[in-house]
Design a protein around this ligand. Structure first.
Ligand code: UDP
Ligand code: MG
Length: 315
C-alpha cells in the first residue's frame, strides 16, 4: 500500500479551504477503504504567508484530525516556492506526493489513476487537462499560447499540465538536487527523467473565492518559465546580430561605391533608419542579457528559497 501525501499550497484561501478539506478527506477515506493508500498517509496544507484566516483554518483542521497537517511559510513566496517547500519537507516521509491546488479545480478523482500508474512503476505522473471549457477564452488562449511558446524556446513542458502531479520518493530525492533559485517546477520535473505517465482529467471551476493568479502573476510565471529554462533568447540575439552584421557589410560596400560615384549628399533617410534600428536592437539585446545577469546574481547569493515557520505534524 502506498503511503501517500497530498501537498496543497494555499494563499488567502479562507473561502474554499473548509470545502476543499472536506472533499479531500472524503477522497482520503475512499482510498483508504479501497486499500489503495496506507493509514499513515496525510493531507498537508502549505500556507504561503496568507493574510486572511487560512492558517487558523489549517490549525483547526489539524486539531480535528492528525490526517491534516500544516506547513506555514514565514511570508508570501509565491505558488512555486510554496509547493517546493511542501515537496522538500515531505520527500523523506511519503512513498509518493501528489501536489494539487487548494481550489480543487483539478479533479481529485484523477488521483486513483495516478496511483495506478505509480503502482505500475512510474515515478512521475502528470495530470493533464483534457478540456478548458470552464476557463475564459482569454485564459485558455494565453495559457495554451504559453505552452507552445515555451516548447518553441526549447523548454520541454508537458502540454496543458500545470502543477497537479504525482512524484515518487525517488523522483523527489532526485529533484532535491536541483538547487536553483529561479524555479519553474513544471519545466524542471521532466528533467529528472525516470519513467513517467500522463493522466487526463477535466478542469472544473474554482470552488469559491477568486483566482490568486492575476494576469501580472501569470506573465511573471511565463517569463520565469522561458528565462529560467532556456538560453534560446540569447541565442536568437546572436543570430540576429550575425544577420545585421552581414547586412551592414553590404551597406558599407554600397556606401563606398556611392561615395566614388559621387552621390552621397542624400542618405539622410538611411542614416536615420539605421540609428534607430540599431539603437533599439542594442537596447533590447542588452535588456535580455541583463535579465540573465540578474538571474546569475540571484543564484550566486544562494538564498534559502523558503523558510518554514511551523510544521504541524504528528510524526
Ligand atoms: N498560491 C500560492 N501563493 C501565491 C498564489 C497562489 O500558494 O502567491 C496557490 C493558491 O492558493 C492555489 C494555487 O496556488 O492553491 C493556484 O492558484 P489559483 O487557483 O488562484 O490559480 P489559477 O487556478 O487561477 O491559475
Ligand atoms: Mg485555481
Amino acid at each position: 500500500m502506498t503511503k501517500l501525501y497530498l501537498a496543497i499550497p494555499c494563499y488567502n484561501e479562507e473561502e474554499v479551504l473548509w470545502d476543499s478539506a472536506e472533499k479531500l478527506l472524503d477522497k482520503y477515506n475512499d482510498l483508504m477503504n479501497a486499500h489503495k493508500i496506507s493509514e499513515d498517509s496525510r493531507i498537508v496544507f502549505i500556507d504561503d504567508g496568507s493574510q486572511d484566516a487560512t492558517w487558523e483554518i489549517i490549525e483547526n483542521l489539524h486539531s480535528q484530525t492528525p490526517i491534516f497537517q500544516g506547513i506555514k511559510l514565514s511570508r508570501n513566496r509565491g505558488h512555486q516556492n510554496a509547493l517546493l517547500a511542501g515537496l522538500m519537507t515531505l520527500k523523506d516521509k511519503a512513498d509518493a506526493v501528489i501536489s494539487i491546488d487548494a481550489d480543487l479545480q483539478d479533479d481529485i478523482n484523477a488521483i486513483d489513476k495516478m496511483l495506478e500508474e505509480y503502482e505500475k512503476g512510474c515515478d512521475v505522473v502528470y495530470g493533464v487537462r483534457s478540456k478548458r471549457e470552464t476557463d475564459t477564452f482569454f485564459k485558455r488562449f494565453t495559457a495554451e499560447g504559453f505552452y507552445k511558446i515555451l516548447n518553441k524556446m526549447g523548454a520541454k513542458v508537458i502540454f496543458n499540465h500545470a502543477d497537479f502531479r504525482l512524484m515518487s520518493r525517488r523522483a523527489l530525492r532526485a529533484f532535491s538536487q536541483y538547487k536553483e533559485t529561479n524555479i519553474f517546477l513544471r519545466g524542471m520535473v521532466p528533467m529528472i527523467g525516470y519513467r513517467s505517465a500522463i493522466v487526463k482529467y477535466e478542469r472544473a471551476e474554482r470552488l469559491a473565492g477568486e483566482s490568486k493568479y492575476p494576469l501580472k502573476k501569470m506573465l511573471a510565471l511565463a517569463w520565469e518559465g522561458v528565462t529560467s529554462l532556456s538560453i534560446q533568447p540569447i541565442r536568437m540575439i546572436t543570430w540576429l546580430g550575425l544577420f545585421i552584421f552581414l547586412v551592414s557589410l553590404i551597406m558599407i560596400i554600397y556606401s563606398v561605391i556611392s561615395f566614388f560615384v559621387g552621390a552621397t549628399v542624400s542618405g539622410w533617410t538611411s542614416t536615420l533608419c539605421s540609428i534607430w534600428a540599431l539603437g533599439g536592437l542594442q537596447l533590447l539585446a542588452i535588456g535580455i542579457i541583463g535579465e540573465y545577469i540578474g538571474k546569475i546574481y540571484l543564484e550566486t547569493k544562494r538564498r534559502p528559497r523558503f523558510i518554514i515557520e511551523r510544521y504541524l505534524s504528528d510524526n
